[in-house]
Design a protein around this ligand. Structure first.
Ligand SMILES: [Zn+2]
Length: 409
């Protein structure tokens, strides 16, 4: 009997997950369309959508005419069903954002971080950021908090963050946040992977089954999506594209190795080359301002133009490696430095990639810029609890945000 009960429950969860996901990504849709798109019978669609409607997960969204018959009611996921928070723990600051279920942004706060912040400082900024975005939404139903981090994340009973570029070695981030009083469900992933999920759901990756989303900022990472799923490897560190070797015995990378791609196309590496050939410091108060100064100088400075041309070369070669390894249909370049480089140099990057990649897979790949701007890590982090809700068919409990306040003293 037990196994039969499990089967029925699994089937119910599967049907709820299927219909909810369809409505989330492609809604509004009529029951008739849902049945056609999912292959579920009209009776099952009718039962399950009635159930989801009673639970206020979905709501009606107008009507459409049908050929000859009665008008059909359109259904969509109800944005008010619950809230999600997204956190970007970056190398220079923490961004915390609050969204409704349809990913409409309701609040944003930014807190700066010192260089190579210790975990306690980052945890403090995250908890105060959560407190701030939830102010005024204390009664909200919260599906969870997603967190993107600048390193690899070992999932398991204890979630551990390994981020050598900020000096974090096996940091138990979830436990630390819980000890600091955060009692909401927490989901942690690598920032490049959360940014990748955001571009896949709402941005330049939408519609692709095989894609690589490259994140280029101070650090360099990638989300490799194969057949619709992010490729993770045995302990979730897959996609560390920035630490693949582009020059044997080359520049020292922040990870300790020599010749990593990140040491050539990450903002720090690019600026170090520019400083060296220029023979003096680059104007600007921080990396982003200095990077902007380099791009701005390029039309009139041979030195700046040469540094950018080399950077486009290293980036194009790195992209060729991705094409040869993963045969993606699309490569999306994002991150603040990636967007800035891409806007100015995309044709050059494409042509270098073409010179280094195998001809056939290159001809099947489009290379384009991310469309979500620079905020995509936090947005993508916020999709982690939504993805969990959709995968579980909304069969788990919902939390209240009071918790971030509980350590206020
Ligand atoms: Zn490295």
């Amino acid at each position: 009997m037990a196994s039969k009960r499990t089967t029925v429950r699994d089937l119910r969860r599967h049907n709820r997950s299927l219909l909810l996901s369809k409505l989330y990504f492609d809604g509004p849709l009529s029951r008739h369309e849902l049945s056609q798109l999912t292959g579920l019978s009209a009776a099952t669609v009718s039962n399950v959508t009635a159930e989801l409607g009673e639970e206020r997960l979905i709501t009606e969204a107008g009507q459409v005419e049908s050929d000859g018959g009665r008008p059909r009611v359109l259904l969509r996921v109800d944005p008010a069903y619950g809230h999600v928070a997204g956190v970007d723990i970056g190398e220079t600051g923490v961004k915390v954002e609050l969204f409704d279920l349809a990913m409409n942004r309701l609040a944003t706060v930014d807190h700066p971080l010192p260089k190579a912040p210790d975990p306690a400082t980052a945890v403090e900024q995250v908890t105060s950021g959560l407190r701030e975005v939830f102010a005024g939404f204390e009664d909200a139903s919260v599906l969870g908090v997603g967190i993107g981090v600048p390193g690899t994340v070992e999932q398991g009973e204890r979630v551990l963050v390994h981020a050598p570029t900020v000096g974090w070695d096996a940091v138990p981030l979830v436990s630390l946040l819980q000890e600091a009083g955060v009692s909401l469900p927490l989901f942690v992933d690598n920032g490049a992977k959360t940014q990748g999920q955001a571009e896949m759901w709402f941005g330049a990756g939408r519609g692709a089954r095989h894609a690589v989303i490259a994140l280029i900022g101070s650090g360099v990472g990638a989300a490799v999506v194969t057949d619709g799923t992010t490729y993770r490897g045995s302990t979730s560190s897959a996609g560390e594209w920035g630490h693949t070797t582009i020059a044997y015995g080359g520049q020292q990378c922040r990870c300790g190795a020599l010749g990593c791609l990140e040491a050539y196309i990450g903002a720090g590496g690019v600026l170090a080359r520019y400083r060296k050939v220029r023979g003096k410091d680059v104007p600007g108060e921080d990396e982003q301002a200095q990077f902007a100064a380099l791009l701005e100088a390029a039309p009139r400075s041979k030195t700046a133009a040469k540094v950018l041309d080399e950077t486009a070369g290293y980036l194009g070669a790195g992209i060729a490696n991705l094409i040869n390894l993963f045969n993606p249909e699309r490569i999306v370049i994002g991150g603040w430095a990636g967007s800035a480089l891409g806007e100015q140099l995309l044709p050059r990057i494409r042509s270098v990639a073409g010179e280094h990649a195998l001809r056939h897979p290159f001809s099947q790949t489009s290379i384009q810029l991310g469309s979500l701007g620079l905020d995509a890590v936090a947005t993508g982090a916020a999709t982690l609890p939504v993805a969990d809700l959709l995968a579980q068919g909304a069969t788990s409990k919902i939390a209240k945000p009071g918790a971030p306040n509980s350590d206020a003293a």
